[in-house]
Design a protein around this ligand. Structure first.
Ligand SMILES: Nc1ncnc2c1ncn2[C@@H]1O[C@H](COP(=O)(O)OP(=O)(O)OP(=O)(O)O)[C@@H](O)[C@H]1O
Ligand SMILES: [Mg+2]
Length: 408
């Protein structure tokens, strides 16, 4: 058993479940166990088959347990899917006795912001402070220690469909793992791929997975918009399957071996042999044709990403541009395709910031799981003083967990 406090992150994706076990360190976490198992119980980010999902989670957890020698009892779990929505809300409290604003006052203000009316089919995942207003003076980042009679907080509230959250929770619990916290997946991923400077300058994080692409837009240091687009790497594979008339497995192999997002970079005479369904002999298609099929789907996806940036009111305002991650971001030429189409900076990256056994998790498909550990290290490791800081209301989310009632 490790001596340090241990954190576990469980990322339930549409193609794989990843589990990371990490020892908490002063400024992050050190990976001591990794588990990964194919996932086939989700569609578009939402659980549609509990038994299959439970099996995937158990397989990934067991692998991570064997590697770390640690029994996984509880974990941070990422939540994604198009049932997620977010809105702004303001909370106000009086500071009696003309005294300095204390940490408790910021928590009270956050609780007041939480009292926003949401449909009873939805629940709050996060209450994120974006800035404070002290006696009418807006734009205050940290009000603690200021003298005031009235404190307001501007927050971004992320909500999720209760049934989707409960089904996901059920899968984790049936796999024998309690939930420390449910974290909006792109917010966790952001911990592994974005810098503080990115968030200050303005950035759109794009996590391209199997069935889905998560987008989170950050401005002035905090998140302003989050959404899930129901298109991912599997959409590309399925297009190749349909257009080239090949089985899904062959389509995936063709994609991994020959696809790129930039057809004009490919020699028009380069031909690859493929075997179409119902045919006896392979036949040739140009690699450029393959790239064109891929490109049209990627274009559609970035068009939808641009719409989310617009919905965030951030068009032409993201100085740090796009940061693209997730397994589907491994497609060659993707970064340049994004830059050309959206006219903004774009970089493709895997996770950063963890120590320990990171050799196997350098790829962008591990950004979400890595981010969950980093999220845990930031919010659970540092204690209450983190609440109300730059990014999150740690205490609020913890209260949320208690309110939610863990066992459905
Ligand atoms: N080298 C590669 N080139 C292109 N695509 C790739 C490559 N490697 C993996 N992919 C694609 O990445 C996708 C899976 O990505 P990832 O592992 O991030 O998904 P996930 O986290 O399981 O799903 P989601 O985030 O949608 O829930 C698959 O569609 C796969 O084909
Ligand atoms: Mg993913």
């Amino acid at each position: 058993m490790p001596d340090q406090p241990v954190l576990v992150g469980v990322d339930i994706g549409t193609t794989k479940v990843s589990v990371l076990v990490g020892e908490l360190e002063r400024d992050g976490a050190s990976v001591i166990g990794i588990g990964s198992a194919p996932s086939d119980g989700l569609r578009k980010g939402v659980v549609i088959d509990i038994d299959r999902t439970v099996r995937s989670v158990m397989a990934a957890v067991e692998e991570a347990e064997r590697m770390s020698g640690y029994k996984v009892r509880s974990a941070l779990v990422g939540v994604s899917g198009n049932h997620i929505s977010s809105q702004n809300s303001r909370g106000m409290v009086a500071i009696s006795g003309h005294r300095d604003v204390a940490h408790d006052d910021t928590l009270r203000a956050l609780e007041a912001a939480r009292a926003v009316s949401i449909p009873n089919t939805r629940e709050i995942l996060h209450v994120i402070p974006r800035g404070y207003v002290v006696d009418g003076q807006a734009g205050v980042r940290d009000p603690i220690g200021m003298t005031a009679v009235r404190l307001e907080v501007e927050t971004h509230i992320v909500t999720a469909a209760t049934t989707s959250v409960q089904n996901l929770s059920k899968c984790v619990q049936r796999a024998g793992v309690e939930i420390d916290e449910l974290v909006l997946a792109p917010l966790a991923t952001a911990e592994a791929v974005l810098t503080d400077e990115d968030r200050e300058l303005g950035v759109a994080l794009v996590d391209m997975g199997g069935d889905t692409t998560d987008v989170a837009v950050f401005q002035d240091g905090s998140v302003v918009h989050a959404a899930t687009i129901p298109i991912g790497g599997r959409s590309v594979t399925s297009d190749l399957g349909i257009v080239l008339r090949v089985a899904p497995d062959s389509a995936e192999t063709i994609k991994l071996r020959h696809a790129t997002a930039l057809p004009l970079d490919i020699d028009p005479d380069e031909v690859v042999q493929i075997m179409s369904i119902g045919e006896e002999l392979p036949h040739g298609v140009t690699r450029r044709h393959i790239a064109e099929i891929v490109q049209s789907r990627i274009r559609e996806l970035f068009e939808l990403v641009a719409r989310e940036i617009e919905a965030a009111g951030a068009t032409n305002r993201l100085q740090a541009g796009l940061v693209v991650t997730g397994g589907a971001a491994l497609l060659p030429g993707l970064g340049r395709a994004a830059r050309d189409q959206l006219g903004m900076a774009a970089r493709v990256t895997g996770p950063h910031g963890l120590g320990g056994l990171t050799d196997q998790i350098v790829g962008p498909q591990y950004s979400a799981a890595s981010g969950l550990l980093l999220w845990g290290a930031r919010h659970w490791g540092a204690g209450e003083e983190q609440a109300g800081s730059r990014s999150f209301d740690g205490l609020g989310s913890r209260l949320g967990k208690l309110f939610r009632g863990l066992v459905p």
